[in-house]
Ligand binder design. Structure first.
Ligand SMILES: [Fe+2]
Length: 402
């Protein structure tokens, strides 16, 4: 049952069906979502939106919602609600978003593990369960475009299958926003990222987690995961959009027609599936796997750019703008000879991020870590190139930026 209430009456657990007013003023929200994130509630309160429609059949109703901090007046024609001016999304620095993003990843791990394990047990998947998670990932990225993306790279070998899905979800949301897609498609991209590899739950565990190279037979089995996942989603408890199904089936196609399962080429592959291919590979090569350690983020982008025929070039360029030429955690060398790790991006100045310097190549010795904003007019230093942490023997650079 739909009910119109004031934004001040909103409580956690309510299912927001629609917002009053123009969606275009509030680009990060979808039209329908379960309200669970304090940041979403705060953003709604300062958005300038006066009223929302809630669906009492899908969430708590006004009477049952708790705790009502203050009794809101009934909504009437003469109700006057002051119009707030602040922006709908309170953006913040990567440093400020880190803690929230860390907690969100922890929750994601539990939720995705649960959904995927149901699939492994042969039960029908319920993609609806994933909706709030996609919303929360989307909200984190709206507050800061780098923190969650970068933290999601850091995963252990054991949790790879689950956290890869979360990471690809986040990358898809960020890339879709970079492309200026409407919010319903941004959400769909996130959902596609989250579910693209669900077919891996149909793969034998000894093959899925094999620490060495796969045999030809094992590789043939693994190559069936897009079709197995597609079949799982078709049989899901709640319907899945065609776009999500398409990404699940075609995220291993390559633009030159050498991918699988159908060897589709160019625009035979949907844009969302071409986006999925980029996000999937980037997260795979920048993560620790049973058979190889992660490549550094910046170097991975450079390598992907050289794999001609694999990716859609324009989308790859948009992807680089999304994660930054030097993603958070990248090791860079400055003109002064110092080495540093990227800690913060400036979206308009991708080559002049904030860095934490910790090593002098001239003295060949560690220095007291110091932060420097390369975009500052007072700063005379600049990045002259990326460096490979493995070549320097640095093993714990993540501690410098997480
Ligand atoms: Fe896959």
């Amino acid at each position: 049952m739909l009910r119109k209430i004031l934004v001040s009456q909103l409580r956690f657990g309510m299912y927001v069906h629609a917002l009053e007013g123009s969606w275009f003023d509030h680009p990060f929200w979808r039209s329908k979502f379960l309200l669970t994130d304090p940041a979403d509630l705060q953003a709604l309160r300062v958005s300038g939106i006066k009223a929302v429609w809630i669906d009492a059949g899908k969430g708590v109703d006004v009477e049952t919602a708790t705790p009502p901090a203050a009794e809101a007046p009934p909504l009437g024609a003469d109700t006057v609600v002051p119009l707030a001016v602040p922006p709908p999304v309170q953006q913040c620095s990567a440093k400020e978003e880190m803690q929230r993003a860390t907690e969100l990843l922890k929750r994601s791990r539990q939720q995705v593990t649960s959904v995927f394990n149901e699939a492994r047990l042969g039960k029908a998947v319920d993609p609806q369960q994933c909706q709030p998670l996609v919303e929360q990932i989307s909200a984190s990225l709206a507050r800061n475009g780098s923190a969650l993306l970068s933290l999601a790279r850091l995963k252990t070998k054991d949790e790879y299958t689950y956290m890869h899905s979360v990471a690809v979800c986040a990358l898809m949301v960020a890339l879709a926003r970079q492309l200026g897609l409407p919010e319903d498609q941004v959400h769909e991209a996130g959902m596609a990222g989250l579910l693209h590899d669900i077919g891996k739950m149909a793969m034998p565990l000894d093959v899925l987690n094999k620490p060495g190279k796969l045999s030809d037979d094992e590789y043939a089995v693994m190559r069936s995961h897009p079709e197995r996942g597609h079949a799982m989603l078709l049989a899901a408890q709640t319907s899945v959009s065609d776009a999500v199904l398409d990404v699940c089936l075609h995220h291993h196609e390559k633009v030159d027609g050498t991918g699988y399962p159908y060897r589709l080429a160019g625009e035979q592959i949907s844009r969302l599936a071409r986006m999925g291919a980029i996000c999937d590979v980037y997260d795979a090569i920048t993560s620790n796997r049973p058979y190889k350690t992660a490549w550094d983020a910046s170097g991975s982008l450079a390598r992907m750019a050289q794999w001609h025929g694999h990716f859609d070039t324009q989308l790859l360029h948009a992807f680089v703008r999304t994660v930054g030429i030097y993603p958070l955690g990248s090791l860079v060398r400055l003109q002064s000879g110092r080495l540093g790790v990227v800690t913060e991006h400036h979206p308009q100045q991708l080559t002049a991020p904030r860095v934490k310097l910790f090593y002098s190549t001239r003295a060949r010795a560690a220095i007291v870590p110091v932060e420097m904003d390369l975009s500052s007019p007072q700063c005379s230093d600049r990045i002259v190139g990326r460096e490979d942490p493995a070549a320097w023997g640095f093993s714990n650079l993540d501690a410098l930026w997480t």
